[in-house]
Write a protein that binds this ligand. Structure first.
Ligand SMILES: CC(C)(COP(=O)(O)OP(=O)(O)OC[C@H]1O[C@@H](n2cnc3c(N)ncnc32)[C@H](O)[C@@H]1OP(=O)(O)O)[C@@H](O)C(=O)NCCC(=O)NCCS
Length: 213
């Protein structure tokens, strides 16, 4: 049986440990190969600044998945979080992460020259909220993801938030099918993500939106 509940402060170490494993197999499983700084961008701010929008899935007392949400203002923009992590974790002095960011710069320059749309967060008052969701492989296909999404939808309704967006990859078919099933639809262009490669190829950011109702 999967229990879905809100994050509590005592979950912090287990959730941080889960962060390193829950994305396994997805094209975004590792970005620049430095888990601590990736957690500083995609997990810690949500635990610190908006714990009431963070939900966990639990089986036999163990965390098996989570959904980090933000209604829109408490968690700083992704770029700001990334710049801070680059600085604080000295990512440009680490070989693997420096290579990732150098490739990112080349990708951005190439896209600019070709006048292609840039990847980035959505800023649209119709969908001010956003989420990230990740489950351990053994929790996939169990209904845990739908349970987390129900808890998040209730939070959006309670707070009168008009809508929510998320960003995934076109290449993450399992995720996109799940999001479509729970009512998200694709929105806008699908630009190549700077720096990121999956199975040797470029991957494309897919923004999806859903009204709260
Ligand atoms: C994305 C995620 C939350 C979805 O939860 P889930 O429990 O796996 O969802 P489901 O089991 O309902 O599967 C979703 C769909 O993918 C299909 N699917 C199952 N295995 C698949 C696979 N290997 N490849 C493609 N599709 C697959 C399912 O049949 C289902 O499609 P359907 O609704 O048409 O039947 C979960 O897979 C996960 O955490 N993945 C790893 C991290 C990740 O990708 N997070 C999202 C980043 S934006």
């Amino acid at each position: 049986m999967v229990e879905i509940r809100r994050f509590c402060e005592v979950d912090r170490p287990a959730l941080r440990a889960l962060f390193g494993r829950a994305g396994e197999g997805a094209p975004t499983a590792s970005l620049w190969g430095h888990e601590e700084s990736e957690a500083a961008i995609y997990l810690t701010p949500y635990m610190d600044l908006e714990p009431e929008s963070l939900f966990v899935a639990v089986v036999d007392g163990e965390l098996v998945g989570y959904l980090t949400g933000s209604l829109g203002t408490a968690v700083p923009p992704e770029n700001a979080r990334m710049e801070r992590a680059i600085r604080e974790h000295r990512l440009l002095l680490r070989r693997r992460s420096a290579a990732f960011f150098a490739r990112s710069l080349r990708d951005v320059a190439g896209a600019t020259v070709r006048r292609q749309p840039a990847a980035g967060e959505l800023h649209d008052p119709r969908w001010p909220a956003h989420l990230h969701i990740n489950l351990l492989p053994q929790a996939r296909g169990t209904g845990a993801a739908a349970g987390l999404m129900d808890a998040w939808s209730a939070r959006l309704r309670e707070t009168g938030t008009p809508g929510c967006y998320l960003q995934t990859l076109v290449e993450n078919r399992r995720a996109t099918r799940f999001f479509e099933r729970v009512g998200f639809v694709a929105h806008g262009p699908a630009p190549a993500v700077p720096g990121l490669r999956y199975e040797g190829g470029r991957v494309h950011q897919l923004t999806m939106v859903r009204p709260a109702a």
